[in-house]
Design a protein around this ligand. Structure first.
Ligand SMILES: Nc1ncnc2c1ncn2[C@@H]1O[C@H](COP(=O)(O)OP(=O)(O)OP(=O)(O)O)[C@@H](O)[C@H]1O
Length: 725
């Protein structure tokens, strides 16, 4: 009896709490059901299903917030498209969208994430054998195609936000077109996917994947596997005509209406400093407008962090309580769990200001956002094939991006969007963003296509031929010995096939080819642990953080980690020191305290705790991959000679030799470059270096630089330098 009365489960307090929770839960479910019913798309459910049933390819265009991403998969599920265990796949250009939309749809369906509804993004898969509605990144579906060329588990694939025209989306569209016709044909006449050769995944051939049979096994057996595939191409601001033509005059349907209006405001004049204008607008909204969170679109981590600081500085100048603003950043180089913090509600009485890059531009709904501030710029990839130089440049957004951004307001009620440029400027913007495939280095795409078994890349059915594919392919075919990156890295054989095992292994790693190759080599050089750290640290924007007013202190602090051999070992030193710190503290304190202490340690050492956390996260993820591939996870410890030789063997394409006047000549491109002032080798100027990044400001600078012996180049990369000499 005594035990019973002490049992919290039997107390009135507990049952009240439980009851309250249940009431809250059913109120939320009712609200969600109501919201779903009032979406513009709800009234056309039946028609949409009929169109999908009638057409193998359907193009759906609808306003932002009309309900395409969250509702259409649920409609299709209800209409029986997941019968026989089939899956509806929905691709998104960005992982944050795939994750948050999947969570929302799981909630709408009243199921646990990973059951009926799940998501799968690079290194994070919540799906299970019961998942029927699967959100994922377009890159992930491409990787799935390596293992299952017919994408046989899918009955419908929806390519969402196709207007973004990322490289992955463009490659995926061509691939899906091919898979769809192969699946239809396979039912009729037993033909296979028309890619050319047998498809092999990183040393693990399909024979293995499909139980000892070759891919031709797919052609003959089990027709159910190739039941026709439905394709839906979807966007708010899509050039439906281009897509329809590409898919042989495919049917397109337009969903009219949006749930809530968004008022658009323009400035009277062009703003000279859009960061300053953003800051003023944030405080204007905060003081003059009603409740609602603010979403500000900036171009990158640096801008976001500087605006974050400016807001916080300003808040400290005002009396406590009158300026209740909570600032939360979101950008790609932020660890996943920190990115997701923008979706949590602000503390009671606070207004949230979300400082975001374009990763919050499409598909996502950030609850509470009512105001959007759009300065009208974005950081975009740009590639100069002549100089083989890829850079990120800040450019004006397109009209369609501006519409997407304004669409982030008005998702839960009427909203407002403040464009920080005059209306006349809006009219001058390009209608849509130039496809990424026309402005990026194509080595990665070619590697992926090769891995998918595409022999004829020139003849590959891209929606728009990459304008630069010709120079790329000319490099391959006219001078196949040593110029192209993929040949030089040994990923392709002389007859343009993926090499075995290196090319296949490289295609399996979700990294740029040069970094994949570095990991594979490091496995042979017994320094993979160290190279994994290097690749993870190079992935994030900047590890060291030196405020303008504390440059001297920062330089002294950074010196503790500096290696005379260069930035790569310096980065490893930082990483190892953070390991030591965390290991020691985890014995002494709990999780929350460690986090606080870690932040302080970073601050004291002028390290960006965000970047370091992100690097640690990436390190964990790629280590899993390396382990699964059976690479040799050894560390060279303190003997860094082997590691530096591995750096030279990996990044030989980025080697440079000192010139008499102190500049460097990059050996591959012939460009004259200088060591960036942020490098630990800025003053030392060694004879021969390798670098990882070329940055163009007023001069050409190289960053992430290490000293090497130039004799290593001919010894370790004879395929390149022996011929060159
Ligand atoms: N995580 C969420 N929290 C609250 N409401 C949400 C959430 N996700 C979606 N919604 C609601 O569902 C509506 C439809 O969202 P959905 O993403 O399906 O629209 P969409 O037509 O695909 O828009 P977009 O083209 O902008 O992605 C939103 O406007 C919002 O009201």
């Amino acid at each position: 009896m005594a035990k019973r009365s002490n049992d919290p489960c039997s107390t009135g307090k507990f049952s009240n709490e439980k009851q309250n929770r249940q009431t809250e839960f059913s109120a939320r479910r009712q609200k969600i059901a109501q919201q779903r019913k009032s979406l513009p798309i709800a009234s056309v459910e039946k028609r949409l299903i009929e169109e999908v049933q009638k057409n193998d390819i359907l193009i759906i265009v609808g306003e932002t917030g009309s309900g395409k991403t969250t509702q259409i998969p649920q409609f299709l599920f209800g209409a029986g498209f997941c019968r026989d265990g089939k899956v509806i796949g929905i691709t998104q250009p960005r992982r944050v969208a795939a994750i948050t939309v999947a969570k929302r749809v799981a909630e709408e369906c009243g199921v646990e994430l990973g059951q009926k509804v799940g998501y799968s993004v690079r290194f994070d898969d919540t799906t299970s054998s019961s998942t029927r509605i699967k959100y994922m990144t377009d890159g992930l579906l491409l990787r799935e195609a390596l293992l299952d060329p017919y994408l046989s588990k899918y009955s419908v694939i929806i390519v969402d936000e196709a207007h973004e025209r990322t490289v992955h989306t463009d490659v995926l569209l061509a691939l899906l077109k091919n898979v769809q016709s192969a699946r239809s044909r396979s039912v009729a006449d037993d033909q296979g996917v028309n890619f050319g050769k047998k498809i092999v995944n990183a040393g693990m051939s399909l024979e293995k994947e499909y139980g000892g049979q070759s891919s031709s096994f797919l052609k003959k057996d089990n027709h159910e596997k190739y039941a026709p595939l439905k394709l839906i191409i979807m966007s708010a601001s899509l050039d439906a005509h281009t897509f329809s033509e590409y898919f042989g005059s495919a049917k397109s349907v337009h969903i009219q209406g949006r749930q809530f209006p968004v008022d658009i405001f323009y400035t009277c004049h062009l703003e000279e400093d859009y960061l300053d204008a953003s800051l003023i607008t944030i405080f204007q909204i905060h003081s003059k407008e009603g409740p609602g969170d603010i979403l500000v679109f900036l171009t990158g981590q640096e801008e976001i962090e500087s605006v974050e600081k400016l807001i916080n500085n300003r808040l400290t100048q005002f009396p406590e309580g009158s300026q209740k603003l909570q600032v939360v950043p979101i950008f790609a180089a932020l660890p996943s769990e920190q990115q997701l913090q923008v979706f949590a509600p602000a503390p009671s009485g606070f207004r949230k200001v979300i400082l975001a890059t374009n990763i919050a531009e499409t598909s996502v709904t950030i609850p509470g956002v009512k105001y959007v501030i759009d300065p009208g710029f974005v950081k975009a990839r740009s590639y100069d094939p002549g100089k083989d130089m890829e850079s990120l440049i800040i450019v004006p957004t397109s009209k369609s991006q501006a519409l997407q951004r304004s669409g982030r307001a008005g998702r839960e009620g009427p909203g407002k969007c403040f464009r920080l440029y005059p209306e006349s400027e809006f009219e001058k913007l390009e209608d849509s963003t130039k496809p990424e495939i026309k402005r990026c280095n194509l080595s990665n795409v070619i590697l992926q296509l090769k891995a998918l078994g595409v022999d004829d890349i020139l003849g590959f059915d891209f929606i728009e031929k990459p304008s630069r594919i010709l120079p790329f392919l000319n490099k391959f075919f006219q001078v196949p010995t040593n110029i192209s990156e993929l040949f030089s890295l040994g990923a392709l054989t002389d007859d343009c096939q993926l090499s075995d095992p290196v090319g296949h292994q490289m295609a399996q790693l979700p990294l740029d080819p040069v970094y994949s190759k570095a990991l594979i080599l490091a496995s042979q050089y017994n320094c993979l642990e160290d190279m994994l750290i290097t690749v993870a640290m190079l992935f994030v924007e900047s590890i060291f953080y030196a405020p303008r007013e504390k440059q001297v202190e920062a330089r002294i602090a950074i010196k503790c980690f500096s290696s005379p051999e260069g930035d790569h070992i310096t980065l490893i030193n930082v990483y190892r020191a953070s390991n030591d710190f965390l290991e020691k503290r985890s014995i002494e304190m709990g999780k929350a305290k460690i986090e606080k202490a870690f932040k302080k340690w970073c601050k004291d050492n002028f390290i960006s705790s965000r970047s370091l956390r992100h690097a640690r996260d990436i390190h964990r993820q790629i280590s899993v991959h390396a382990e699964q591939m059976g690479l040799n996870l050894a560390s060279c410890g303190d003997d860094m000679l082997q590691y530096r030789r591995c750096l030279a063997a990996s990044f030989f394409l980025n080697a440079a030799i000192k010139q008499p006047e102190g500049t460097y000549r990059a050996l591959a491109s012939g460009l004259v470059v200088q060591i960036h002032p942020s490098s630990v080798l800025f003053r030392q100027k060694p004879e021969c270096i390798i670098f990882n990044e070329l940055v163009q400001t007023n001069s050409k600078y190289v960053r992430n630089v290490s000293r090497i012996d130039y004799l290593w180049l001919t010894e370790l990369a004879p395929q390149y330098y022996a011929v060159k000499n």
